[in-house]
Design a protein around this ligand. Structure first.
Ligand code: SF4
Ligand code: SF4
Length: 670
């Protein structure tokens, strides 16, 4: 073709691209270190499953498949682009593995995907411009990119059509079925005309590809470049796990400025596609709170791009180890406050840490640590917490429970029930970790008594810690009081070790998550944590709990706890417990399992006022009532409280009640 022209194009476009990527790289370096190159095998699996396999998009029918089609078309077209660039230097150029029948098969695939991509682009335009789903912002950039993609596909096909008309004996022609059909359009065009067509399409296509590469980093389509690295470098721990914060050698705790984030959070900002999936089922967003998880990421990204030079300079200084100069530059540079101006405090406190956003994001952006890091700053650096939360924090500090009841009363719920205490028994197969709700909240004390009666009936060897138990630390950690959490978790771990605990049962998904997923960071090893739903399902299956038919033929719906379901993937065991009771009519709410709607209590929200928008638990109980259920069952003390409150507050006491699965099971034992 024309090696000089191709060299010139490559030089201009690739050097511009390299400059942009270098700037973005230095901005990343402005973030704090966050090692992400461990467990390469697991990372590669995620890359293939979530990245190449587009797993999170396949949950959606039309929009997800449309994206998968365009993404796959890009992958297929990548080989074609390399080939076309090579042909700029040598018209006979072929990738060595794309010759003979494989080359023909590839050409067939490439043409097929070109058509699929064109159909997907048409649907995407129809969706954006005509259907206009609520979650999508009408963006000129998105429309331009769609036209760009369509032009790339069309120019490639037309270029091929002209080429194969000129060279009908070319071996690849057999595979080029679309170009073959299009070549009919060139009937009657002379050789010179065909050459002009081919050259125009060829150079146009190559120039558009290279220009496209340079446009991508300047908008949300940067994700085309960063999405796969983002997936590869994503978190490997369960979605509710928070990283241990180190206090040694730090002057600030949490994140009060972009530079306090880890580089990974900045990569999140680069990677957001603005698809709005995270907003779709965010309980705060859907009930009119000022929190939209997408906006958290895009607001931060807008600040990064608005001050790109500043962050790049900070990144260079940090990379050179000139920390004092970096710190001085950060201090002296005026910018809108991250907390208060970029993100409102109300938005940051509105999060229930339900995990919907994190689990739905196709590029594995981690909203929860982002939000919790900013809460840490507000709580530990500025002592700025919502007033209702102050009492809970006082209770956690003084009495190791957010209800602020004297810690000496922690085992009063036992009363005259036969519940073994670890300090008397010395050792047991299971430690029943009661949790603060089971210990101090009267409604949840009933649940805990039901659990103990079931364990006694099944002959389980267990014991409780009584006054030796402390809060698991979940509320303190989720509201950003990491310092307090790091006193609570080790205290419990020490007690576990004192009694050589190997198996823990808990009826609280928040305790479950803390002990199973977060205590290992503080030294708890080789301890199996079992939610009471799982244990009860097992005891029923083993015949150690014999269940009869329900005396009351109620219609029952099960409400998934976010910390049990979405965060820890336990969906079926509680349903199996309810299913074991004969005669119950089980119905599902429209939003269930992976899409379960939060009760509103997680993330410390249980201990804050909900005075913005409508109440999350009211929305959920209305959904439960919509199924015709007279009973909503839960497997979480926070969910139970929220459902109970919602029933009372919406005047449904005569038609509905809320119970824990253990209570239902106990009532229906043979
Ligand atoms: S954060 Fe993830 S889910 Fe939310 S808009 Fe961005 S890419 Fe989509
Ligand atoms: S964790 Fe839940 S409440 Fe918080 S931002 Fe994400 S979807 Fe919204």
């Amino acid at each position: 073709m024309n090696p000089w022209l191709m060299s010139l194009l490559l030089f201009i476009f690739l050097s511009m691209f390299a400059g942009t990527i270098a700037d973005r790289y230095w901005i990343l370096r402005a973030g704090e270190p966050d090692p992400r190159l461990d467990h390469i095998g697991r990372r590669l699996r995620n890359l293939f499953r979530i990245g190449f396999g587009q797993q999170r998009l396949l949950y959606e029918k039309a929009a997800g498949r449309m994206h998968v089609a365009i993404f796959s078309g890009f992958l297929v077209a990548l080989l074609r682009t390399i080939t076309l660039i090579g042909r700029g230097f040598n018209p006979e150029f072929h990738l060595p593995f794309l010759v003979g029948p494989v080359g023909v098969a590839y050409t067939f695939l490439k043409d097929t995907f070109a058509v699929i991509v064109l159909v997907a682009v048409c649907y995407a335009l129809y969706r954006r411009l005509i259907l206009r789903p609520k979650r999508l912002h009408l963006s000129g950039e998105a429309v331009l990119i769609l036209f760009w993609i369509a032009t790339l596909m069309i120019s490639d096909l037309l270029g091929d059509a002209a080429f194969f008309t000129l060279h009908p004996d070319s071996p690849e022609r057999t595979g080029a079925w679309v170009a073959g059909l299009l070549s009919g359009a060139f009937a009657g065009v002379g050789e010179a005309g065909l050459r002009h067509w081919f050259n125009a399409m060829y150079w146009g296509h190559v120039t558009l590809v290279l220009a496209f590469l340079n446009v991508l980093p300047y908008g949300k389509h940067f994700h085309v470049i960063t999405a796969l690295p983002s997936v590869f470098l994503g978190r490997l721990t369960p979605s509710a796990h928070l990283d241990r914060m180190e206090f040694e050698g730090r002057e600030t705790f949490g994140v009060g400025r972009i530079e306090d984030f880890s580089w990974r959070r900045i990569l999140d900002m680069y990677s957001c596609t603005e698809c709005g999936r995270c907003d779709d089922m965010c309980p705060a967003n859907l009930t009119g709170k000022p929190l939209k998880p997408r906006s958290i990421i895009t607001n931060e990204r807008d600040q990064v791009y608005a001050m790109a030079d500043h962050y790049a300079t900070v990144g260079k200084l940090k990379a050179q180890g000139r920390m004092k100069e970096a710190a001085a530059l950060i201090e002296s540079t005026p910018r809108p406050a991250l907390i208060g101006e970029v993100n409102s405090e109300d938005a940051l406190w509105a999060c229930t840490t339900c995990g919907w956003c994190v689990s739905s994001c196709p590029v594995v952006i981690d909203h929860i640590p982002n939000i919790i890091d900013q809460r840490r700053y507000m709580t530990m650096m500025e002592a700025k917490v919502p007033s209702a939360l102050q009492n809970a924090l006082k209770g956690l500090e003084n009495n190791s429970n957010p209800w602020n009841v004297g810690s000496a009363a922690r085992e009063d719920w036992i009363g005259d029930l036969d519940v073994p205490l670890m300090r008397e028994k010395g050792q047991a197969e299971y430690l029943l970790f009661v949790g603060c709700a089971g210990s101090f909240d009267s409604r949840n004390q009933d649940v805990m008594r039901a659990v103990c009666k079931l364990l006694n009936t099944a002959g389980v060897d267990y014991a409780v810690l009584g006054t030796e138990e402390g809060c698991c630390g979940d509320p303190a950690r989720r509201v950003g009081h990491e310092y307090l959490y790091q006193m609570q978790a080790p205290a419990n771990i020490q007690t576990f070790q004192k009694y050589k605990v190997r198996k823990v049962i808990t009826a609280c998904p928040h305790c479950f998550n803390a002990i199973a997923n977060e205590y290992p960071d503080f030294g708890l090893q080789d301890v199996e944590v079992i939610h009471h739903g799982e244990l009860l399902a097992d005891l029923v299956a083993q015949g150690r709990l014999k269940v009869g038919a329900a005396a009351d033929k109620a219609t029952v719906t099960y409400h998934d706890s976010c910390y049990l379901g979405r965060h820890n993937n336990i969906y079926e065991a509680p349903r199996e417990v309810l299913g074991a009771v004969g005669g119950l009519d089980m119905v599902e709410m429209p939003r269930n399992r992976r899409e379960g709607f939060c009760c509103g209590a997680g993330g410390g929200r249980m201990f804050m006022e909900e005075d913005l928008g409508t109440r999350i638990n009211h929305e959920r109980i209305a959904e439960a009532a919509g199924t015709g259920a007279s009973e909503v069952c839960t497997a979480c003390p926070f969910c139970l409280t929220m459902m109970d409150d919602a029933i009372k507050e919406t005047d449904r006491q005569d038609d509905m009640r809320a119970r824990d699965i253990a209570e239902v099971l106990l009532e229906n034992l043979e």
